[in-house]
Design a protein around this ligand. Structure first.
Ligand code: UDP
Length: 241
């Protein structure tokens, strides 16, 4: 595995998108269930007060630098971090691989109807891909055994879970061994974006490292979450000294 970089107590992988994809393919071949998380500034901030999340992230097989904030933090702390490996982009690259390699993917999460739309989109983008099951992310604890059975029966190689942070990480961590899926990844709003329910920032904003600003503007009721970024910057800076 490439280097791990400690950002506010969470070990984040310093790797390129290509290395991340290659590593995931190795996990699929090995077959032992692993969790992959994609850490943006908000997730890393949360891990500073959510001990359970922090332990899960440090137990994950891979934590990719999702977001300009995470890459900045690594650099500010004096570590190498080649590029951003966003959850959405990682999921797209893995689906492209899956369509070539005959691997099966399960979509779990988002509002009713969204995963179905995302599946149609995936089939259009990656001809031949097998999305072996979909299930929305709104459920009660009593529904969990049925959801677990559904996922197990579908036998995916990759489980993409879009339940939001930290629900997706906690759920996957709790059930990954029971599910027996080689690779589970928390992918946040990925299914929403694929289904066209939510927009991703335009390329120029992504390049200008402003995707976080776009998100805040698009979801004004979430504007408070924007504060996570300046708080993160201050905390990382303080941790350096
Ligand atoms: N979501 C879900 N179940 C829940 C809460 C959220 O399936 O109980 C879905 C939501 O519909 C969205 C995704 O999780 O598709 C990401 O949600 P959010 O934007 O809150 O997450 P974050 O930005 O923290 O990843």
């Amino acid at each position: 595995m490439p280097n791990k970089v400690d950002i506010l107590g969470v070990n984040v992988d310093s790797l390129t998108m290509q290395e991340a994809v290659e590593q995931v393919e190795k996990f699929i071949e090995a077959g032992t269930p692993v969790l992959i998380a994609t850490a943006n500034a908000e997730m890393l901030m949360r891990a500073t007060y959510d001990e359970e999340l922090k332990e899960i992230l440090n137990g994950a097989a891979m934590v990719t630098p999702d977001g300009a904030g995470t890459v900045w933090a690594a650099h500010h702390l004096g570590f190498a971090m080649p590029e951003r490996v966003a959850g959405y982009d990682l999921a797209q690259n893995l689906m492209a691989e899956a369509s070539q390699r005959g691997q099966k993917v399960f979509f779990f999460g988002s509002a009713p109807g969204v995963a179905e739309k995302a599946k149609a989109k995936a089939e259009q983008l990656y001809p031949g891909i097998e999305i072996c099951g979909v299930r929305n992310g709104y459920f009660k604890e009593a529904d969990e055994p049925a959801i677990i059975e559904e996922i197990k029966a579908a036998k995916p190689d990759i489980l993409l879970a879009a339940l939001g942070v930290p629900k997706q990480e906690k759920w996957l961590w709790k059930y990954k061994d029971e599910l027996g899926v080689p690779v589970s990844i928390g992918v946040g709003g990925t299914l929403d974006v694929m289904a066209g329910v939510m927009k991703r920032a335009p390329r120029w904003m992504q390049k200008a490292k402003l995707e976080w600003l776009f998100r805040g503007m698009l979801q004004p009721k979430r504007a408070g979450r924007l504060m996570a970024l300046p708080k993160f910057v201050l905390k990382v800076h303080a941790s350096k000294r």
